[in-house]
Design a binder for this molecule. Structure first.
Ligand code: KIV
Length: 270
């Protein structure tokens, strides 16, 4: 699964526990999805786009329309990876019927393969209801960003026994309800390891150790498209921020010095 040359579209049935970890990255736009698609198993249109793309303080400001617009763009630009779209805060918690209506709208209007939403045991009946209506669901437990008002409230989960038991119970409930995969975010290694070995669906970790069956990161973090502090669980594979800044400085200097556009960029010149 996930070889660079493979063009076969990945299906839900391919997302299973295996010897090779599952590779997932977020994507929010068509050009980025096109670049990432051949190399990953899952493209997640995460509601992290609220902070990464729109500059909000938290993911709570993200709307269903935003997720649908970005989800459709990512689906249009991908042919290999499984595309999963996040359900935003307020679009699934009221009732199972609300969740089904909005999940169906996301799937119909984007063409994505599955939806993801946050929540442990309390959301298990919703996962089950959607699965019974042929909506594949990826769960999301541990640190759940929609439950904290700003990124400053993010806390690693599972540090005390009570919390560890709660995260374990959440994982079990979501897996038994019929989710096809489970994101574990910001959770200590022993808990992530215990969950991964005790449930049959694959776990995909972010800040949850290599014990998970796969890994996910936010693409802007991987590429270093920002200048702020990098949390410990992120590995930057590129430093694009200074490259972008230098390119823009050069462009601005060329325009101001009338070096751009040159004759080669103009029409109707000899
Ligand atoms: O919104 C998101 O990008 C996510 C991942 C970080 C798992 O939920």
């Amino acid at each position: 699964m996930g070889a660079q040359t493979e063009v076969k579209p990945i299906k839900i049935k391919d997302i299973v526990k295996g010897a090779t970890p599952i590779v997932c990255l977020t994507a929010y736009t068509a050009p980025m999805a096109k670049l990432l698609d051949p190399y990953v198993d899952i493209l997640l249109v995460g509601d992290s786009l609220g902070m990464v793309v729109y500059g909000f303080e938290s993911t709570r400001h993200v709307t269903l329309d935003m997720m649908i617009a970005h989800g459709a763009a990512v689906v249009r630009a991908s042919s290999h990876a499984l595309v999963v779209v996040d359900m935003p805060f307020g679009s699934y918690e009221v009732s199972n019927e609300q969740a089904l209506l909005n999940a169906a709208r996301i799937m119909k209007e984007t063409g994505c393969a599955a939806v993801k939403f946050e929540g442990g045991s309390v959301m298990a009946s919703t996962v089950k209801y959607l699965a019974q209506h042929q909506i594949p669901v990826m769960g999301h437990i541990g640190l759940m960003p929609q439950s904290v008002k700003t990124s400053k409230g993010y806390k690693i989960q599972g540090r005390d026994d009570l919390q560890a038991q709660q995260v374990m119970a959440d994982a079990k409930a979501i897996a038994e309800a019929g989710a096809f995969a489970l994101v574990i975010e910001g959770t200590i290694e022993p808990v992530a390891r215990a969950i991964t070995s005790s449930i049959t669906i694959p776990t995909i970790g972010i800040g949850a150790s290599p014990a998970c069956d796969g890994q996910v990161l936010v693409i802007d973090d991987v590429l270093g498209i920002f200048t702020e502090f990098t949390p410990r669980f992120i590995k930057r594979y590129a430093e694009l921020a200074p490259i972008i800044q230098e390119a823009v400085q050069n462009y601005a200097a060329d325009v101001r010095a009338r070096r751009f556009p040159g004759p080669e960029h103009c029409f109707g010149t000899k």
